[in-house]
Write a protein that binds this ligand. Structure first.
Ligand code: ADE
Length: 464
């Protein structure tokens, strides 16, 4: 990987980066550190690169011309085919972190621009800079040290730079936690013992101890990191207190359909980007309000697990229509027998469509073409029928089984049951827990769900 550093102090950068691990990587040809003296490009007879700011004010500004010409010289000689990223180190930038280091390490070449004096003429920044990055909320005398820090953090992610034993797999931030404490010989130093478990030779115990210490350290020293750590785990812990009632949310997490926006001991908020649905549950109204303040209501639908949440959504976002639903869950692992005399099969676009697929899609808020294209719609079609299916069932985009629909003349023949059993068995085959939702007053669907052995949750859901 090649780093070009546009600077007024090339020797500072080179001396700093050509030692130790990075120096070794440069010698091996894994890294190439190329410091470019901006002053070499000035057109000023006296070698000046700075001037007074228009409008007055303290200090001097770096001029656009030498920086731009230095950049052009580097960019025109670049080997990379990708558009070059030019990073300007400034306290006004996005704060640098491990994730950014990992992302930048994917580039073949990077250009760093190090500012000095009171800043840089804005026009050259607009012209060449792609990323403005800061080390933190403090001001340094120049951009060289930040560039060196960033180059160090990026370089250690480049394959071959670290030897195996230096590899950063278990280091701080790798998994979002701080690293556990480490000890080396002697076993006792100034009366302090190495923790007994590390001498035990029991790898399982050592691993457990390290994970616990990492968690404890992060919680105490970096509560901000701890709050973001393992949100799905924290969400599941809360949701499992009422496993049945939260089946939809648990399944959405398990099937990776949602992002966990927030999870704590007082509630959980999930966001399904594909269906634009927020799913939320909260211990009380205050906790619910806190969760709702994290949502963006435009175009979003809310699936609330408590009535007070629906009331809050209505009050906050001026919504009116609430659909009260029941949730039915098939909580056994065993598949259901499917009747042989009713053939259920996937529907495709080549057959006569009839009215049911579109009706099903509109009842369940789905796109009919998408349901069919993705193989999520199934039906019962009579042998002689060119009128389309007489009963349909579908697996909805948010993971629910959409309750079956059967044309009136074909009801009471076991078609609805056959369809629902089919939906349950296909869901089980994917390793998931089958669940469905129906209007709280939809007696035929509730009776059907119970008839195939689904459990109806006492708590209602409120779609708003
Ligand atoms: N230049 C001066 N201060 C800086 C900081 N905090 N981060 C990045 N560049 C800087």
């Amino acid at each position: 990987m090649r780093f070009h550093i546009l600077t007024l102090f090339p020797e500072m950068v080179e001396n700093g980066l050509r030692t130790s691990i990075l120096g070794r990587a440069c010698q091996k040809g894994i890294l190439d550190i190329h410091a470019v003296n901006i002053r070499d490009f000035t057109l000023d007879r006296h070698g000046r690169v700075d001037d007074y700011p228009y409008g007055g004010g303290a200090g001097m500004l770096m001029q656009a011309q030498p920086i731009y010409d230095a950049y052009r010289a580097v960019a025109s000689a670049c080997r990379s085919k990708r558009p070059l990223r030019v990073i300007y180190t400034t306290p006004q930038g996005r704060i640098f972190d491990q994730k950014m280091a990992r992302e930048l390490a994917q580039e073949e070449e990077l250009i760093f621009l190090c500012g000095h004096y009171e800043g840089v003429d804005e026009r050259v920044l607009e012209e060449i800079v792609t990323d403005q990055v800061s080390l933190g909320d403090y001001v340094l005398t120049g951009g060289e040290l930040p560039a060196m820090v960033m180059i160090d953090a990026i370089s250690r992610m480049v394959p071959g730079v670290l030897k195996n034993e230096e590899s950063g797999e278990t280091e701080s931030f790798g998994d979002g936690l701080l690293e556990y404490p480490q000890y080396t010989r002697p076993e006792e130093w100034r009366g302090r013992q190495v923790p007994e478990v590390l001498l035990s030779g029991d790898h399982g115990r050592v691993e457990k101890w390290r994970q616990e210490r990492s968690l404890e350290r992060t919680r105490l020293r970096r509560p901000d990191l701890y709050a973001r750590y393992d949100l799905p785990g924290k969400a599941l812990e809360y949701l499992r207190q009422d496993r049945l009632g939260h089946t939809d949310m648990i399944e959405n997490i398990r099937r990776r359909l949602v992002r966990v926006v927030a999870a704590s001991e007082s509630g959980v908020l999930l966001w399904n980007p594909k269906s634009s649905v927020y799913l939320l549950t909260a211990r009380d109204r205050d906790a619910g309000e806190r969760l709702l303040s994290l949502t963006k209501p435009d175009g979003a639908i809310y699936c609330c697990h408590q009535r007070f949440l629906a009331e809050s959504v209505a009050g906050r976002f001026g919504r009116e229509t609430v659909r009260e639903c029941c949730q039915a869950v098939y909580s056994r692992k065993t598949p259901l027998p499917e009747p042989e005399d009713v053939a259920v099969r996937p529907l495709d676009r080549t057959e006569p469509e009839g009215a049911l697929p579109r009706h099903f899609a509109s009842v369940h808020g789905e796109d009919p073409d998408c349901l069919i294209r993705e193989g999520r719609l199934f039906g019962v079609c009579p042998a002689d029928g060119d009128e389309g299916p007489v009963g349909v069932i579908g697996l909805c985009i948010d993971g629910r089984i959409g309750m079956p629909l059967v044309l009136a003349p074909y009801r009471r023949r076991g078609i609805g049951q056959a369809l629902l059993r089919f939906g349950i068995n296909r869901t089980l085959e994917m390793g998931w827990t089958p669940y469905a939702q129906m209007g709280a007053d939809d007696m035929p669907s509730l009776t059907l769900a119970e008839a195939v052995g689904m459990r109806i949750c006492r708590e209602k859901l409120y779609w708003i």
